[in-house]
Ligand binder design. Sequence first.
Ligand code: C2E
Ligand code: MG
Ligand code: MG
Length: 744
Amino acid sequence: MSDDGVRGEDPATDDAPARPPLAPAVLGGLTVEEVCRRNLLEHSDEVIYFKDLDSRFLLVSAGCAALHRMTPEQMVGLSDFDLFEPAHAHIAYADEQRVIATGVPMVDQAERERWADRPDSWVASSKFPLRAPDGAIIGTFGISRNVTRLVVAEQEAARNVRATEAANAELRRVEAQLRAVLDGTTDAIARYDADLRYRYLNPAGERVRGLTLDRLLGRTDREAGMVDPFVGAWEAALRRVLASGEPDDLDYAGESADGEEAFFHTRLAPDRDAAGVVVGVLTSTRDVTELKRAEQALARQAMHDSVTGLANRYLLTDRVTQALVRMERYPSRIALYFIDLDHFKHVNDSYGHDVGDSVLVAVAERLRRLARKQDTVARLGGDEFVVLCDRVVTDEDARDIAGRIVAALAEPVVVGSRRIPLSASVGAVLAEDPATSPSDLLRGADAAMYRAKQEGRNRFTVVDPDELEPVEETAVLELELREALEDGHLRLLFQPLLSLSDQRLLGFEALLRWDHPTRGTLAPGDFLAAAEAAGLMGAVGAWVLDAACAQLAAWDPRRPEGSARLTMAVNVSGRQLREPGLVELVREVLGRYALEPAQLSLELTERALVHEGPAAHDTLEELGRLGVRLAVDDFGTTYSSLARLPHFPVSVVKLDQLAGAPWQRGMVAAVIAMAHGLGMSVVGEGIETSDQLDELVDLACDDGQGYLLSRPLSRDEVDALLAAGGTRFPGLTSDDGRAGADLR
Ligand code: C2E
Ligand code: MG
Ligand code: MG
């Protein structure tokens, strides 16, 4: 307190006269001491008491009596034993007796008061000897102040301290764990401040960075020697995270600690302080080299042929497209060479596939050597290769390259101790119009190659794309189809035939597909007319019959338990019917695969049955006698069809693609009724919706096929179907089976 504050009140520093003593009248006849004593004891809340030598109350303050819910008079003569629990009373008694015995006061002793009728309380208790005027101790007096609030606050504080200590210990444990993780992880983890300076870097980070933390702490990457352009991109990413507060990712190539090319992925996350303010960036960097290599290997596999390592069709098409795009800017010419080995099938057949593969690898190697760096050498599959030559200046150049390819492939290949003779036919197209499509170019080269083959193999032909007339396509197709038969590029799909009443599997219809080298998978409609025109229908039909029956013989023993033998429907064209030898062929194939004739059903379209003459009729009768079932396929639901039905020597009627035809319920009902009347069974074809299915079941149609029940399946899919008990039909799960073309 300053001097100013006390001036005028302190007699020692003030000259003012001393106050007069209090008048007896003011004191009501009492002494000053008496007035003060009364005020102290009767008008304050202080707990003050006086006790005799036996610790009995002589006099208590009003506050003390109130504490015990008594009057001061009631308390006189009582002791603590009357007021407190015995344990507490004993302690108080002992304290007082000690004060009496020693004359030494007890000051501010903390005591816990236990009450029967209220919560415990804490007091600071002081006890003094009560002395007679002669100094003899005649008892004690004491003051106790309630300090419960203080004690509770202290206890609370102590609890808080303990909790804080526990929390700190937990924090230290978590920190130790984190440190172990940070030290042990192979990810590089760093913390940067808002000035892009290092605040932390874990040991993996030190290894990647090639610098220890003490060299980096407080410095930026640029200051620590990282160079552009990388450091520019890196710091830009850090700044982006600082500015946006959003995490970011960065992928980049660099060098691993041992100097190898390596790939990294970094996750950048904002580092926030307790208030959520972004104060830096945390980065976690992972070496993803192995992942990247695996990805690259996969990408390579997707773009390359696995046998020869050459580009595959996909990559070739891409390169051709690029070359055409470049042509737009820099007019030039490109040449595409289509190379087909002559009689390669014989190599495979006579020496086995391993030798065949070695020959393909040798061919690939020769073509690679012959090509320039910017050229692309591809294998399309089988024995077909393509070389794309960029920037071919003259026709002469193009011929020269073709000649060199033919010459390079005319040399025999040595595999082990064998010398395998080789020759190739090469077709080339030249393009200088950027608008040409890659597939047209490829088809052109393919056609040119066939011309070379037609002209006697082991040679080349160069054509202009404009030269390729559609007229030529039939001829090309014919050659290609011959090759397809030879090289095994034809295959069958099998569409399940189900009994409509209970959707039981009865058998399959074989549907022909051609995996064409340049045009992709072809459906019968794409090539059968040409096959007929080229006189190849007999050969194709024989192949189909044989392949379908072989498959039936393999599957029949695996039919669902307890069901009848599986059937196979094979489509037969009108031309096949006319050609001699069909009956003999069927008999032979049935014998070869030990099939019952009734397991085979031959399907002829209504059109074929109408247009083929009496000879065809005889053939049909003979086939009928053989026991095979005959079906009229694509049977129309018109009056003219209805009128013809009794004249067809068939036992099965296949109602034309119901999906496409306008649904004439009355006609369908009439056809089914008439067929049943003639002892024929009826198959509903092309069932795509459950409404169609329900209608057919209503009309007592016997069997059915269509996308709703099942799409045509590959051989593997039928294998899986039979393995699963032959009851799971993919199409039955969806309402609409039209999920896409079945060119698989
Ligand atoms: P098809 O004998 O009437 O065979 C049914 C055709 O309809 C098949 O077409 C099949 O994929 C398709 N199909 C099946 N279910 C549905 C459906 O729910 N909705 C629709 N929209 N179509 C369905 P694909 O395979 O293109 O065969 C077409 C035709 O080519 C066949 O008609 C058949 O006449 C003929 N064909 C197929 N394979 C051969 C064969 O090996 N030899 C001969 N000569 N002709 C064949
Ligand atoms: Mg058919
Ligand atoms: Mg049909």
